[in-house]
Design a protein around this ligand. Structure first.
Ligand SMILES: C[S@@+](CC[C@H](N)C(=O)[O-])C[C@H]1O[C@@H](n2cnc3c(N)ncnc32)[C@H](O)[C@@H]1O
Length: 315
């Protein structure tokens, strides 16, 4: 999720895991709690159909890089499942999900979705834990999936090493990390927020503060950390893997500061919204135009990364 905010915060000391938990809990309370409160099994089932339809429309990594029809019986770890829409979708295809989130309320909301799924989520569970210290033995999983999480942790390199460690040899990592070589970073963020609004001066976390808030309520807790990566940076992070592929995606005119708001009104009128967004963003997703879909492939803010743990070599 990439939502612009222009809230100002005083420069903070080095963040710690407690700050990260506080931020994601605040966002959860503001964005998902209402959706989760009234959730029934039928609504969840309908929501998952809509979610898959939305992801297919967007050619999202959860339906392209993830082998949905081959998930039955696979041991899949999702790191940072948020409210759990992705994990529930994979469980619906028979994956044996382990869903680990740093924020307790988020792990609990995933667990509740598995509960609602009953026998359809057999062998699935959610827990609180840290991507940088995964509480699993080497080689535990066939697939590790993580969408928009590892660029928000203190040591992304360590988290990627953990992904590799817990994968079985030949296992697959499917990871989304933010892309530096993108319109959103250089124009919306660096030029407008960083330089013209002067937020980049003297604050190493200016990017964190300018990204992520999408809550219904005014933001009161700053996002402690957001990083983004060039193609070379991704290649470095995944140096211990084999078969690395990455592609760009996700471009939205509505994220252009100020002007974007006007565009969003037009966009919703012209292209409508998709209910598939409710489970993962707490609200319908504003459908992008064909031009935005194309721009996403050229200068989008997300890297969809796929890589495998080599067979043989160090664990
Ligand atoms: C942007 S949300 C992504 C949620 C979900 N993957 C999605 O795409 O809807 C980031 C999530 O990562 C979690 N998170 C942040 N740092 C983490 C860490 N070190 N270990 C595990 N989870 C973490 C947060 O609690 C939050 O739920």
């Amino acid at each position: 999720m990439t939502l612009d905010t222009t809230t100002r915060h005083a420069p903070a000391a080095e963040p710690d895991k407690g700050d990260i938990q506080k931020f994601w809990k605040a966002l959860y309370d503001s964005l998902y709690e209402d959706v989760d409160r009234g959730l029934t099994r039928d609504a969840l089932w309908r929501g998952l159909e809509q979610l898959e339809d939305m992801f297919r429309f967007r050619d999202h990594m959860s339906v392209r890089e993830m082998p949905l029809h081959d998930l039955a019986g696979k041991r899949v770890l999702e790191i940072g499942p948020g409210a759990g829409g992705h994990s529930a979708l994979f469980a619906r295809y028979g994956a044996r999900m382990t869903s680990l989130d740093l924020t307790f309320d988020r792990a609990r909301s995933v667990a509740r979705k598995f509960d609602l799924m009953g026998a359809d989520a057999t062998g699935c569970h959610a827990l609180q834990g840290d991507a940088e210290n995964l509480p699993f033995a080497d080689g535990t999983f066939d697939i590790v999936y993580s969408n928009g999480v590892l660029h928000h942790t203190l040591d992304t390199g360590r988290a990627v090493d953990e992904v590799r460690r817990v994968l079985a040899p030949g296992g697959r990592a499917v990871i989304m990390l933010y892309c530096k070589s993108s319109w959103h970073y250089w124009i919306n963020m660096f030029l407008v927020v960083g330089l013209l609004k002067g937020r980049a001066f003297g604050d190493p976390n200016w990017l964190g503060k300018a990204t992520e808030w999408g809550g219904r309520h005014a933001q009161s807790v700053a996002n402690p950390i957001t990083r983004c990566y060039t193609r070379r940076g991704i290649a470095r992070l995944f140096g211990g893997f084999t078969g690395l592929t990455m592609r760009k995606a996700e471009f939205y005119f509505y994220l252009i500061p100020k002007l974007g708001r006007l565009y969003r009104r037009f966009q919703v009128k012209r292209y409508g919204t998709h209910p598939g967004g409710i489970l993962v963003y707490g609200e319908p997703w504003p459908i992008w135009s064909p031009l935005e879909a194309w721009l996403g492939r050229v200068m989008g803010f997300c890297w969809y990364i796929k890589a495998e743990k080599p067979v043989g070599g160090t664990p």
